[in-house]
Design a protein around this ligand. Structure first.
Ligand code: ADE
Length: 228
């Protein structure tokens, strides 16, 4: 899978996409991630990428020219399945969307900024608008990093069997059960007896029951989806 991220702050994406599992996925060639500086596509002599809004007092707006140039430049090289715009007024991102995106071959993520982007960009180039939550970030870079991270870990071969994404919280609308490691007792705090029983069937049933109870208590909204 290839992900092209277009941003005015490429440095902001460096660290999150160059560590741990995402880094390994890139090194193994399972995910190709390219970060592009939007300024490189500006025809302005000062490499400007924003301009005043036509509606007074609305702040700066990301201009159409550099964005169109960046997207068209990439599209000349390959076809893209989705051109995503990160914005707080987009569709709320969830595991289902991460699963869907992980099946695509090539995607572009355009990081939003300032007071927004010229609406013509959204109308003519963007195929999907995504928000990562009902709060406002300083820009779409962290959202792009969140989307990329959650998608890359789903790609075949990225996680080992043990850490398989199939057992993730949310994958079936249930939160994960609690986990424990050695020692079996620490300062009087004990690991649940059943986990020491060696009976795989009983342990699996217990884990499932714990998942259900945790979900009911912590995320009743998710539990409704699971049971309904
Ligand atoms: N840009 C600013 N806030 C955002 C959010 N919550 N999700 C996606 N992009 C954003």
């Amino acid at each position: 899978m290839r992900i092209d991220i277009i941003t005015i702050l490429p440095e902001m994406l460096e660290s999150p996409l160059n560590h741990s599992i995402v880094k390994r996925a890139r090194e193994k060639g399972l995910a190709e991630i390219h970060v592009h500086s939007l300024r490189d596509f500006s025809s302005d002599k000062h490499r400007r990428v924003d301009d005043y809004s036509f509606s007074k007092g609305a702040g700066m707006v990301m201009a159409i020219q550099p964005i169109e140039k960046a997207i068209e430049t990439l599209k000349k090289e390959r076809d893209y399945d989705e051109i995503i715009f990160t914005t707080p007024d987009g569709k709320l991102f969830d595991q289902k969307e991460a699963n869907t995106l992980s099946l695509k071959k090539n995607i572009i993520i355009l990081c939003g900024h300032y007071k927004g982007v010229d609406q013509r960009v959204r109308d003519h180039f963007i195929t999907k608008e995504i928000s990562i939550g009902d709060y406002v970030l300083t820009g779409g870079e962290l959202a792009a990093a969140v989307i990329t991270d959650s998608v890359v870990r789903l790609l075949p071969g990225v996680l080992s069997d043990e850490t398989s994404a199939l057992t993730d919280s949310f994958q079936d609308y249930l939160l994960s059960p609690p986990v424990y490691t050695r020692p079996a007792e620490y300062k009087g705090m004990k690991v649940p007896e059943i986990l020491l029983s060696g009976n795989d069937k009983l342990i699996d049933d217990w884990k499932h029951q714990q998942s259900i109870e945790r979900t009911k208590k912590l995320r009743p909204d998710l539990y409704k989806k699971y049971s309904g």
